[in-house]
Structure formats: structure tokens, C-alpha cells
Design a protein around this ligand. Structure first.
Ligand code: NOJ
Length: 563
């Protein structure tokens, strides 16, 4: 019995280019950790411009740039001082234009990150709000409440921030502002018309400069409706998500905001794309962000959250393709990004770390990270094998695939970062209880030697381990066994594979998944340690060498059969 899942193919009368995002391979660049051209230890736009040829040979369709805006870096740039400028330590607007031109000349689209849930506390609006009196229009742009107690000396509620510590911070005059993230990230009030208008201006600003799309940070958090009588933190946590009526998350009216955005995005030719970062309760709720009247696409983190397990992977794929087909969008696949433990490390830890947290940012790994990466002992070979297999599985799926810088080198999470070098506010605000995300943000190694392995001419802003030289781009280039060459090969083949959005599950033994795609493509993944038979045909890619013509355990093969 086979089981075919189909999503709508791109509408034939529309030029193919308008639909580029449906099946794109998107490479996330975390600018401060990618390449440092001016030798100050921090990655910059010039560093990216210099590496455009590398991106081209990788075979990606688009890059997503994490924030490069002026910022005090209280949260790695997600604390934005000015949405329409470039941080001077990273570059200039002219260099941004040069980067867009260089990427476009290389056939690579550009997606920028937009951070609408909060500004930084250095943003002109917040500085104005601090100086303005209670009840002023300047204060209305933020989520501000009177404090409790005689003079407002107590916070409006006991709410806790997602990064640890209280979620309210005093304005200094009896009022308090809300910050779901760090205190340096005051939440905006999206009921305020000026806030809405200003973000439309920002969308136009970058669209006019030629960007092709936007990644929308915390897309599910913009619409807030806090009751007069605030619930306690425990009550807030107990409120059911997914009803559309939670005071903070995934409220139904958030889609009114994105309907306005869509009008702006559609006023360009081709229309600008957008992908929502929306942590919501169900694929159905996610589909609302991905609708053509809304942002058009939403991140699907289900594969990232799944164990390396055949049943789990199949369920995630089936559910999400069905959901994408119903919404008219295409789905998105992610295994790593700048917020989560890198996937080779996650898979090596699978089943070993009992301190799993509900918070995906520290899933599995917090205890291991706290031990400096020593306890429990993990086998990096297992993690690497599973990661390669999962990546090759993902890259053959219909929909778009988001890759995170360094995963093409097989980089693991860096655990051994001295406490005084850690930067993540989650580490700083929980007194080290939560280790946070620095381990996946360590600057990339480009060469086998050098003060920062080719990242720049001085030490990098987060310390790199000595092992980085051996996994650098220089060390891996041309080695057919290396992750880098596997990614290059898979991405080149993927460009041929993604002709439509159909997937058919083929019969397979337990612990093995086998699916086919039109054009005679077959993909087999072994999740256990047992080898599996492959269909007859040309084996065009394997993540482990075949043994007696069979695929070993924890591996993926792509086979092309005659059609
Ligand atoms: C999600 C981003 O991916 C993360 O890095 C950031 O800390 C929060 N949003 C707050 O902007």
C-alpha cells in the first residue's frame, strides 16, 4: 500500500520565479558569527560579501540574514535600536546594498529578519516613552501598566520573562513596562496605529532596497490583550494556548496585522515573501500564519523537535504536508537554527539526558551543557551519522528547507565556553541555570589554522574550540566523505528533485522510511542500526557507504530509478 500526499503545484500561469520560496533551500546567516573582514572579532557584511562565492558553490537559493541592525546586543541583535539602518560594527547601508547586489548576481535571494514584538530599550521610541509622562502617546507605543502598592513600587503582576527573572521593569515613576524577553527588549503595543504604520514603512524600506522576503520574529506574539485584572504567572501558564484568546500568544486578531503586511508585500513585483516564526499549539494554528492572505509561510519546527525516530519523522511529514496542502502554502523544514542545540549534538544526546526541558532552546542539552559537555558522555559519531541521515531525509522532502550556518560543516554544539565569555541573556538572567544558545553561535571556522580559523584576523567574539581547524571549510573542501561535500551534492541534486510537491510513502520494514518523489526519486532512511535493502536504480547519494549493496543503519540514500 502506498500513500500519496500532494500539495498544490505552483500555479502554471504565474512565472516560476514568483514561487521560488515554495521549495527553496534557505541558508541562515548569523552575521556576527559568519565572517569577520575587518578583524574586530565580530562578523560583518563585508565578510559575507567576500563569501558569496562560497554560498554559490553551496547551492542554496536564498540567505536569511539574522538581525544586522544597530543594537547593544543584549539579545544577539534581536534588540533593535533602529529598524532601518545597519549596525556600524557590522557595516553600512551601502554595504548592505552591495551585498544584495552580489547575492542577486550569484542567483541567491535575500531574506531579512524583522523583529516586531519588541524594540530595544535604546530605540528612539522607548527613550521618548521614558521621558514622557504617564498616559502620553509616547507611552502608548509600549505595553505599560501602573505598578501595584501605594506608589506603584510593585510590579503589575508576578509574571516571569521567557529569559528568566521578572517580565515587568520599572519606568521610574510608578509605571512598569512589559518585556517578555530581556529588560532591554520592551514589548510594543500593536493596538497602537503608529506602531502598525511604522512597520509598514520598514517593510517598504527593505523591499525598496531589493530584499526578497522577511523572516518575522515572534510572529505569534504581537497582538496582546491584557485584562485589567492580570492573572498570576501560574494562571497565565495554565491558560490553554491555541484558542485564539490567550492574552499574549497566537491571538486571532494578530492576522489583521499580517493582512496589512501582505498588501505591502504584494505591491512589489515579484511579491515579497514572509515566513513566520510562530510557536503555536497545532499545525492548524500555524497554517493561519502561512495563508496567502497572511505571511504566506510559517516555520514548522516539528522535525527539529522530533527524536531521530522513524514513526516520529513519518508522522511529522504526513501532518505537515497535509496542512500545507490545505492552506495553499508549502511547508518548511528546520533541523538547526541560532536558538537550538545543533542537531548532531541533539541526536547524540537522544535518550541520554533525563533533564529534558519543555523549552526547545535547551531541549535535552542543558545538563550536558552545564557539565561542559562531559556528562552524560556522548558518542559524537552517532550524532554525526544521525545528523547526516536526517539532513539528507529533510533535503528530499517537498517544501522549503532552512539550513543554519555551520551545519554544512557538521558542527556540534560548543559546550566548553567559559562563563565569563557567555553572551546569551538566558544564561545571564538565570544565573547560569540555563546555559543558553551561545554554543550554536560560535563563529565559523574557514581555515585549518589562524587566530580564529579564518573567521577573521583576530580572536573571535565567542571562543572557538581547537577542534574547529579540522572541520573548517578548508579542511573539508574536496573531501567526498566530508559533510560539506555531502551538503553540496545534496543541494545540487535537490534542485533537480524539487519539480513538484508530491511525496509517496513506499512500504518499508520497521525503523526504516522509504518515500518516492515524481521523476523516479526514492529516498530511504534507516533510523535503527539494522541495514536495509535499496530499490533497484542508481544510488546518487548516501550518507554512509553501502555494505554489500545495502544501506547501513542510521543512514539515508537517494536512489534514481528508471521512469
Ligand atoms: C526569536 C529569536 O529567534 C531569538 O533568537 C530571540 O532571542 C527571540 N525571538 C527574541 O527576539
Amino acid at each position: 500500500m502506498t500513500d500519496t500526499l500532494t500539495a498544490p503545484a505552483p500555479t502554471p500561469q504565474r512565472p516560476r520565479d514568483r514561487d521560488w520560496w515554495r521549495q527553496a533551500s534557505v541558508y541562515q546567516i548569523y552575521p556576527r558569527s559568519f565572517a569577520d573582514a575587518n578583524g574586530d572579532g565580530i562578523g560583518d557584511l563585508r565578510g559575507i560579501i567576500d563569501r558569496v562565492p562560497y554560498l554559490q558553490t553551496l547551492g542554496i537559493d536564498a540567505v536569511w540574514l539574522s538581525p544586522f541592525y544597530p543594537s547593544a546586543l543584549a539579545d544577539g541583535g534581536y534588540d533593535v535600536d533602529d529598524y532601518r539602518d545597519v549596525d556600524p560594527t557590522i557595516g553600512t547601508l551601502e554595504e548592505f546594498d552591495e551585498l544584495v547586489a552580489a547575492l542577486h548576481a550569484a542567483g541567491i535571494k535575500v531574506i531579512v529578519d524583522i523583529v516586531p514584538n519588541h524594540t530595544s530599550d535604546r530605540h528612539a521610541w522607548f527613550q521618548e516613552a521614558l521621558a514622557a509622562p504617564k498616559g502620553s502617546p509616547a507611552r502608548d507605543r509600549y505595553v505599560i501598566r501602573d505598578g501595584r502598592g501605594q506608589d506603584g513600587e510593585l510590579p503589575p503582576s508576578d509574571w516571569e520573562s521567557g529569559f528568566g527573572g521578572p517580565a515587568w521593569h520599572p519606568m521610574g515613576d510608578g509605571q512598569w513596562y512589559h518585556h517578555y524577553f530581556a529588560p532591554e527588549q520592551p514589548d510594543l503595543n500593536w493596538a497602537n496605529q503608529e506602531v502598525r504604520e511604522d512597520f509598514l514603512t520598514t517593510l517598504r524600506f527593505w523591499s525598496d532596497r531589493g530584499v526578497d522576503g522577511f523572516r518575522v520574529d515572534v510572529a505569534h506574539g504581537l497582538a496582546k490583550d491584557l485584562p485589567e485584572q492580570l492573572p498570576t504567572h501560574a494562571e497565565l501558564l495554565a491558560l490553554e494556548a491555541g484558542t485564539g484568546e490567550h492574552p499574549m500568544w497566537d491571538r486571532d486578531e494578530v492576522h489583521e496585522i499580517y493582512a496589512d503586511w501582505r498588501q505591502v508585500l504584494n505591491s512589489y513585483d515579484p511579491p515579497r515573501t514572509a515566513v513566520a516564526e510562530a510557536w503555536v499549539a497545532t499545525p492548524e494554528r500555524r497554517a493561519r500564519y502561512a495563508s496567502p492572505q497572511g505571511l504566506g509561510q510559517a516555520f514548522n519546527f516539528d522535525l527539529l523537535e522530533a527524536d531521530f525516530d522513524a514513526t516520529a519523522f513519518r508522522e511529522v511529514v504526513t501532518d505537515n504536508l497535509a496542512q500545507a496542502a490545505a492552506s495553499g502554502s508549502s511547508t518548511t523544514w528546520v533541523l538547526s537554527n541560532h536558538d537550538v542545540v545543533r542537531h548532531p549534538t541533539r541526536y547524540a544526546l537522544q535518550g541520554k539526558d533525563t533533564a529534558a526541558s519543555a523549552d526547545v532552546m535547551v531541549r535535552f542539552a542543558n545538563e550536558w551543557l552545564r557539565s561542559g559537555g562531559t556528562t552524560p558522555a556522548i558518542d559524537p559519531q552517532v550524532g554525526a551519522r544521525r545528523a547526516r541521515a536526517a539532513t539528507a531525509f529533510m533535503l528530499a522532502l517537498p517544501g522549503s528547507a532552512y539550513l543554519y550556518q555551520g551545519e554544512e560543516l557538521g558542527l556540534e554544539e560548543v559546550a566548553a565556553i567559559p562563563q565569563d565569555r557567555r553572551q546569551d541573556p538566558t544564561f545571564l538572567r538565570t544565573g547560569g541555570e540555563q546555559i543558553g544558545r551561545d554554543g550554536c553561535r560560535v563563529p565559523l571556522p574557514w581555515s585549518t589554522t589562524g587566530p580564529s580559523y579564518g573567521f577573521g584576523s583576530s580572536a573571535a567574539h565567542l571562543p572557538q574550540p581547537e577542534s574547529f581547524g579540522a572541520v573548517s571549510v578548508e579542511a573539508q573542501s574536496g573531501d567526498p566523505e566530508a559533510p560539506l561535500e555531502l551538503y553540496r551534492r545534496a543541494l545540487a541534486l535537490r534542485a533537480q528533485l524539487q519539480t513538484d510537491e508530491e511525496l509517496t510513502w513506499e512500504p518499508a520494514p520497521e525503523g526504516v522510511l522509504h518515500f518516492s518523489r515524481p521523476g523516479g526519486w526514492h529516498v530511504v532512511t534507516t533510523f535503527g542500526t539494522e541495514p536495509a535493502e535499496l530499490p533497484a536504480g542508481e544510488v546518487v547519494l548516501t550518507t554512509r557507504p553501502l555494505v554489500d549493496g545495502r544501506l547501513p543503519g542510521e543512514a539515508t540514500a537517494w536512489v534514481r530509478t528508471a521512469v
